[in-house]
Write a protein that binds this ligand. Sequence first.
Ligand code: B3K
Ligand code: ZN
Length: 852
Amino acid sequence: SNKQFLADYRPWPFELRQTALEFDLAPSATRVTAVLDLAPRETAADLVLDGGKGLQLLRLAIDGAAPDPAHVRRDEETLTIAAAALPQAAFRLETEVEIDPSANTAFEGLYLSGGMFCTQCEAEGFRHITFYPDRPDVMTTFRVAIRSELPVLLSNGNPVRQQPGLAEWHDPWPKPSYLFALVAGDLVAISDRFTTRSGREVALNVWVRPGDQDRAGFALESLVKSMRWDEDVYGREYDLDVFNIVAVDDFNMGAMENKGLNIFNSKLVLASPETATDADYERIESVIAHEYFHNWTGNRITCRDWFQLCLKEGLTVFRDQQFTSDMRSAAVKRISDVQALRARQFREDQGPLAHPPRPDQYEEINNFYTATVYEKGAEVIGMLKTLVGDEGYRAALDLYFDRHDGDAATIEDWLKVFEDATGRDLAQFKRWYTDAGTPRLTMREDWVEEAEGGTLVLDFAQETPPTPGQPVKPPRVIPIAVGLIGPNGDEIAPTRVLEMTDARQGFRFEGLGARPVVSALRGFSAPVMLERVIDDATRAFLLAHDTDPFARWEAGRDLALSALTGLAQGQAGGDGYVEAIGRLIADEGADPAFRALCLNLPGEEEIATRLAAQGVTPDPDAIHAARGDLARRLAEAHEALLAGIYDRMVVPGDYSPDAAAAARRALRIAALGLLSRIDGGDRAEVLFGTAGNMTERMAALTCLIRRGRGQTALRILEEQFGDNRLVMDKWFTIQPMVAPPADAVEIARRLAKRPDFEWQNPNRFRALLGGLAGNHAGFHRADGAGYDFTADWLMRMDGANPQIAARMSTAFETWPRYDAGRREKALAALRRMAAMEGISRNLREMVSRMIA
Ligand code: B3K
Ligand code: ZN
């Protein structure tokens, strides 16, 4: 196999002093000339350059002369020039290659999307453009010339020359090849200006296809907010004269932080009230921020090697989460981040794909852009900040920027700045980076009544189940934020952070009057699964009184999950939950967004995950029925309250995507979702016909489909938006996702036959296959039809775009938790994929890890 190991890291034996590139663009025959100024660091090293199969080498020269062919070796992935053919001192290497962007269906390297040239180089796409040391620790300045008749020609850095048919760009900031970008097309910009704190004038442009300008404004505003925030909160300024963002329709992921030229999936740029939901707006704002923040955490300071990916991704996610908390509601943001972490990262950690935030081996690095590297990577930084405090964090970050600007750094470098800035020893803390798995934290309470008042002892035990390749897990440092609430509902001890370092550890709270109720793991202070003995009455008490919004929400969540896991196993229950929710939604003083979060029942996948963590085999059909049942009971019990909310939470005036308006809509549609279980869908039908915004229309459509009366609305949406790709992606997703489980596969099959199922477009493919995978009981249909349908499409996609096939294969990652019948069918599908002739390295690695 092609496995790479962290332990094998060696610096590149050459110094690269500058890179000059020249592109002659043509759809099927683009010429790329690369001039690399090199110098050997060690004597007698061969020069090994990365270069994919698609590069046709036309010319090779060292200091102007062709080397002796006997010293040049080409294989499928590299071009090697023997040390014997290299000068002892600085030399200039020149190559010219021809590539075919029109044949590039993998969307990695230089490719075409709707007639426009664009690039995606992270992680290892640059080697499909030219021969190069395509590794993040080789950083240099770039000069780029682009020849093309297309009107807009962009690359990184500052423009040097713009004339018809030619543009030249210079990027003065040394960067690795993965941050290179080029765009050429018939584009228009909406523009603004930004003056940095120290007075640099920056031109801001969001480039879109003609006609899309009126949907790009929100992205541009989000950029300005991000630039200001990074100055205010981290003291980080922008460092070029222009900042360009380009929207493209064919893109493998969300967006890319190329220096000065961010390239975005169009779904993360284009938004209007009629086409985008509140969630879309919030996501656009946070991804624009994320990519912008990479300018410092990723670009100015990059990663030494790809094992260190969470150095830039975990930190940048942490920063974008802070940004969104500041722009919107911190409480709501924290709760939704935890929900997402559990849905994606805990799921990953529980299954065969578990890996540490800093893996130490991989076959295909693109398979490691995961929830563990990103979201858990961010959680680890949150814990660090909790442990060292806000000031310690700020001092460490200042030191990080100071010490490592211009570096390709490591997790060791990162931890060292925290140690140096705060004096703390982080040796044990480092396990969060190197060990996989979600710790199970058990809490036991002991109350000792004494003469001068009682003592509460909290006993914690931590244990992390084995993960692939890591059978034994030593204890970690776990910051546990705890508060105490008195019997009358008043907080009697404010939040205190307990630092657990041992496998078992007790903490005492002395001099207490009466026995308090413990609010544990406030703010979700560590990414662990907390288990405690607690009854429904205490949970309801916390839901009513906890002062920590996360812990308060969590109490309600726990009530719901204990009801649902019981119901899914044929037990009775749920009355306590129904009652507690009634009190909460009647509380007009509570934040509408918070009430909405409490009203939304846990999804079926989350219920399955909870059952699996308890050692119970989840039954998808029973889970589906249990959830439907509890939703109906909630609606019946609180019909009048919910109807009142639905009628009152109308947002007056023009649509605005701000947090307050979005919160009212969220509560309104949460009420609608429940009411539609008992009103036959009548309210939803009215709302679909009258709402002026996509948030409410999609919510209404969901209810209608669930009630089996979505056909008319689906037809209307298609008539209105048939030529809008982003809306039609939603249309493709919602049908298999919300359909009754028994119908989901047939619906997906029928949709896949439509001419507008342009499966090579990643968004469209993800819409359909992701929609089906999002229907828990539908995907896990007992006869294996969901598995087979998905596997067939993954194999087809693998031939065109291995990254997308591999990414979507994670639909299977939970297979070991189900019953023998389902396991056998899922495994058969995985084996069928593994046996496919010509399978990509990407998909092969994923399926073999899942089968192992
Ligand atoms: N750094 C890119 C992700 C690249 C994914 C390559 N397979 C976007 C981001 O995290 O900001
Ligand atoms: Zn990122």
